[in-house]
Design a protein around this ligand. Structure first.
Ligand code: ADP
Length: 253
């Protein structure tokens, strides 16, 4: 069996006195497609941050792409993190820039400074960017001002920015929460297709439970910072999903 791409062992994250994650064990094999669900505040975004290294675990061991985030040399950690692309609910694009520049931003971490600086004046690797935008269905938007694109198109630009990183894993933190349901379904389909065709591991936090259950074959339920279940979709019971949100419903409006 291949080395796991992710191995979390008893991972905890505390923000001051507040425990955001506790006792998280999670093993992910290369190429898996996993949805993470759970009520607001359950720790989903924190978990995504732990996986890409932007949030430091305060206890336990985080190993991503064979690299122990606490023990590996910084250079090795940076090299691993460059192969992990993250997509956010708010697309984090520079709206004033043309699409080509926002896509190339995905490569800034691997370019020397002079090349990165020059690329702002003279777009680099335009053919590659165009081909990537084609893959996400907006090849004709290469020179458009990013802020003029629709929400769905902007999320496609954000996906293209991740693809030029040549990722082995894509993390998506509520990638469709800002989109209407139809655009949201299209984006999830695109992410799943890209992941399948390139064998890229995909881990997505989703607010939309139906979408998570309908499209992903492994589902992790988080509640109060802990894993409530981690199951193949086919083995997951409706009661388990209901229980995940029970408190939110009981305390909701
Ligand atoms: P989710 O994505 O499931 O809504 P989060 O991971 O954003 O959950 O948050 C988990 C918990 O940690 C929440 O109670 C949240 O308020 C808290 N939290 C998240 N980020 C911070 C932070 N930077 N400082 C303090 N508390 C935080």
């Amino acid at each position: 069996m291949a080395e796991p791409i992710i191995a979390l062992d008893d991972v905890g994250v505390r923000y001051g006195a507040h425990t955001a994650l506790a006792g998280i064990d999670l093993t992910v094999e290369p190429g898996e497609r996993i949805a993470i669900i759970g009520p607001s505040g359950a720790g989903k975004s924190t978990l995504i941050g732990v996986l890409n290294g932007t949030v430091a675990a305060t206890s336990g061991t985080v190993t991503a792409l064979g690299c122990d985030y606490r023990r590996a040399p910084p250079r090795q950690i940076r090299a691993s993190q460059r192969r992990i692309g993250t997509i956010h609910q708010r697309f984090d694009l520079v709206e004033q820039l043309r699409t080509v520049h926002n896509v190339n931003a995905g490569r800034l971490g691997s370019w020397p400074f002079w090349k990165a600086a020059l690329s702002l004046l003279l777009p680099r690797d335009v053919q590659r960017v165009r081909a990537t935008l084609d893959r996400v269905g907006i090849g004709d938007k290469l020179h458009h001002r990013t802020g003029d694109l629709s929400g769905g198109e902007q999320q496609r630009v954000a996906i293209a920015r991740v693809l030029v990183q040549d990722p082995v894993m894509i993390l998506a933190d509520e990638p469709v929460a800002s989109l209407d349901p139809a655009r949201g379904r299209e984006i999830i389909s695109l992410l799943l297709e890209l992941s399948e065709e390139a064998g890229v591991t995909l881990i997505a936090c989703l607010h939309d439970v139906e979408m998570a259950l309908g499209r992903f074959d492994r589902v992790v339920g988080l509640r109060s910072g802990q894993v409530a279940f981690d199951k193949r979709r086919a083995d997951l019971l409706d009661e388990e999903v209901d229980a995940l949100y029970a408190f939110e419903r009981a305390s909701g409006p």
